[in-house]
Ligand binder design. Structure first.
Ligand SMILES: [Cu+2]
Length: 146
Protein backbone atom coordinates (compact mmCIF):
# COMPACT_ATOMS: atom_id res chain seq x y z
CA UNK A 1 0.00 0.00 0.00
CA UNK A 2 2.88 2.38 0.64
CA UNK A 3 3.86 2.14 -2.99
CA UNK A 4 0.37 3.19 -4.03
CA UNK A 5 1.35 6.86 -3.78
CA UNK A 6 4.13 6.69 -6.32
CA UNK A 7 2.09 5.95 -9.44
CA UNK A 8 -0.25 8.79 -8.50
CA UNK A 9 2.68 11.15 -8.11
CA UNK A 10 4.02 10.05 -11.47
CA UNK A 11 0.65 10.71 -13.11
CA UNK A 12 0.42 14.13 -11.47
CA UNK A 13 3.89 15.00 -12.71
CA UNK A 14 3.11 13.78 -16.21
CA UNK A 15 -0.09 15.82 -16.23
CA UNK A 16 1.81 18.92 -15.15
CA UNK A 17 4.31 18.47 -17.95
CA UNK A 18 1.54 17.80 -20.45
CA UNK A 19 -0.49 20.87 -19.57
CA UNK A 20 2.49 23.17 -19.33
CA UNK A 21 3.38 21.99 -22.83
CA UNK A 22 0.05 23.30 -24.04
CA UNK A 23 0.55 26.75 -22.62
CA UNK A 24 1.13 28.37 -25.97
CA UNK A 25 4.87 27.99 -26.17
CA UNK A 26 5.13 26.81 -29.74
CA UNK A 27 7.48 24.15 -30.98
CA UNK A 28 10.59 25.50 -32.71
CA UNK A 29 9.53 26.95 -36.01
CA UNK A 30 11.16 25.95 -39.28
CA UNK A 31 13.14 28.57 -41.18
CA UNK A 32 11.04 31.02 -43.20
CA UNK A 33 10.09 29.78 -46.61
CA UNK A 34 10.28 26.07 -45.86
CA UNK A 35 6.58 25.52 -45.18
CA UNK A 36 4.47 23.42 -47.54
CA UNK A 37 2.02 26.32 -47.83
CA UNK A 38 2.50 29.98 -47.13
CA UNK A 39 -0.32 32.47 -46.84
CA UNK A 40 0.07 36.21 -46.43
CA UNK A 41 -2.55 38.22 -44.58
CA UNK A 42 -2.67 41.95 -43.97
CA UNK A 43 -4.25 42.67 -40.58
CA UNK A 44 -6.85 45.35 -39.94
CA UNK A 45 -9.39 45.74 -37.14
CA UNK A 46 -12.15 44.95 -39.64
CA UNK A 47 -10.48 41.72 -40.79
CA UNK A 48 -7.55 40.01 -42.43
CA UNK A 49 -7.01 40.63 -46.13
CA UNK A 50 -5.26 38.09 -48.32
CA UNK A 51 -2.12 39.11 -50.18
CA UNK A 52 -1.11 37.26 -53.32
CA UNK A 53 -2.37 34.11 -54.99
CA UNK A 54 -5.99 32.99 -54.83
CA UNK A 55 -6.71 34.90 -51.65
CA UNK A 56 -5.47 38.26 -52.93
CA UNK A 57 -7.72 41.08 -51.75
CA UNK A 58 -10.20 38.79 -50.05
CA UNK A 59 -11.39 39.61 -46.57
CA UNK A 60 -10.88 36.78 -44.07
CA UNK A 61 -10.16 34.29 -46.86
CA UNK A 62 -10.62 30.59 -46.24
CA UNK A 63 -7.15 29.05 -45.96
CA UNK A 64 -6.60 25.45 -47.05
CA UNK A 65 -4.05 22.70 -46.53
CA UNK A 66 -3.83 18.94 -46.60
CA UNK A 67 -3.50 17.22 -43.26
CA UNK A 68 0.17 16.87 -42.36
CA UNK A 69 1.33 19.87 -44.35
CA UNK A 70 3.30 22.59 -42.62
CA UNK A 71 1.41 25.84 -42.97
CA UNK A 72 2.90 29.27 -42.52
CA UNK A 73 0.74 32.34 -42.11
CA UNK A 74 2.68 35.55 -42.52
CA UNK A 75 0.81 38.48 -41.05
CA UNK A 76 1.58 42.07 -42.02
CA UNK A 77 0.10 44.81 -39.90
CA UNK A 78 -1.97 47.11 -42.07
CA UNK A 79 -2.40 49.81 -39.45
CA UNK A 80 -0.90 51.02 -36.19
CA UNK A 81 -2.86 48.69 -33.92
CA UNK A 82 -2.17 45.68 -31.74
CA UNK A 83 -2.82 42.45 -33.66
CA UNK A 84 -1.80 38.83 -33.80
CA UNK A 85 -3.04 35.67 -35.48
CA UNK A 86 -3.80 32.44 -33.68
CA UNK A 87 -5.41 29.08 -34.36
CA UNK A 88 -7.45 27.81 -31.47
CA UNK A 89 -7.51 24.07 -32.12
CA UNK A 90 -3.93 23.87 -33.37
CA UNK A 91 -2.76 25.86 -30.33
CA UNK A 92 -0.61 28.02 -32.56
CA UNK A 93 -0.12 31.73 -32.12
CA UNK A 94 2.03 34.46 -33.60
CA UNK A 95 3.69 37.23 -31.69
CA UNK A 96 1.70 40.40 -31.11
CA UNK A 97 2.71 43.28 -33.36
CA UNK A 98 1.83 46.95 -33.12
CA UNK A 99 3.43 49.08 -35.82
CA UNK A 100 2.02 49.47 -39.30
CA UNK A 101 4.12 47.35 -41.64
CA UNK A 102 5.38 45.08 -38.86
CA UNK A 103 5.44 41.40 -39.76
CA UNK A 104 4.98 38.24 -37.73
CA UNK A 105 4.10 34.67 -38.56
CA UNK A 106 2.62 31.51 -37.20
CA UNK A 107 3.62 28.03 -38.32
CA UNK A 108 1.73 24.83 -37.61
CA UNK A 109 1.12 21.36 -39.00
CA UNK A 110 -2.39 21.08 -40.42
CA UNK A 111 -4.45 18.54 -38.53
CA UNK A 112 -8.09 19.61 -38.58
CA UNK A 113 -10.43 22.43 -39.46
CA UNK A 114 -9.91 25.49 -37.35
CA UNK A 115 -10.49 29.21 -37.02
CA UNK A 116 -7.74 31.79 -37.31
CA UNK A 117 -8.38 34.94 -35.33
CA UNK A 118 -6.88 37.84 -33.42
CA UNK A 119 -6.56 37.18 -29.69
CA UNK A 120 -6.71 40.84 -28.67
CA UNK A 121 -9.99 41.37 -26.77
CA UNK A 122 -12.73 42.65 -29.06
CA UNK A 123 -10.86 42.07 -32.31
CA UNK A 124 -12.45 38.76 -33.22
CA UNK A 125 -15.84 40.38 -32.68
CA UNK A 126 -14.78 43.34 -34.83
CA UNK A 127 -14.14 40.98 -37.73
CA UNK A 128 -10.70 39.45 -37.29
CA UNK A 129 -11.52 35.81 -37.89
CA UNK A 130 -11.49 33.39 -40.78
CA UNK A 131 -11.65 29.68 -41.49
CA UNK A 132 -8.85 27.20 -41.90
CA UNK A 133 -10.01 24.09 -43.74
CA UNK A 134 -8.24 20.78 -44.17
CA UNK A 135 -8.60 19.50 -47.72
CA UNK A 136 -10.06 16.03 -47.76
CA UNK A 137 -8.48 13.77 -50.37
CA UNK A 138 -11.18 12.24 -52.53
CA UNK A 139 -11.13 8.39 -52.37
CA UNK A 140 -11.99 8.27 -56.09
CA UNK A 141 -9.09 10.52 -57.06
CA UNK A 142 -6.73 8.53 -54.88
CA UNK A 143 -7.82 5.31 -56.59
CA UNK A 144 -7.34 6.81 -60.06
CA UNK A 145 -3.85 7.95 -59.24
CA UNK A 146 -2.70 4.47 -58.36
CU1 LIG B 1 -6.30 42.41 -33.82
Amino acid sequence: MKLGIRPLAAIALAATVFFSGCGGSAAPEPPAGTADRTYRLEAFMIGYFGQGGEIDGRKNPVLHAHAGETVEIIMINGERMVHDVALRRHRARSEIIVEKGAVTRVVFVAQFNDTYYCTIPGHLEAGMAGEFVVIEASPDLTANNR
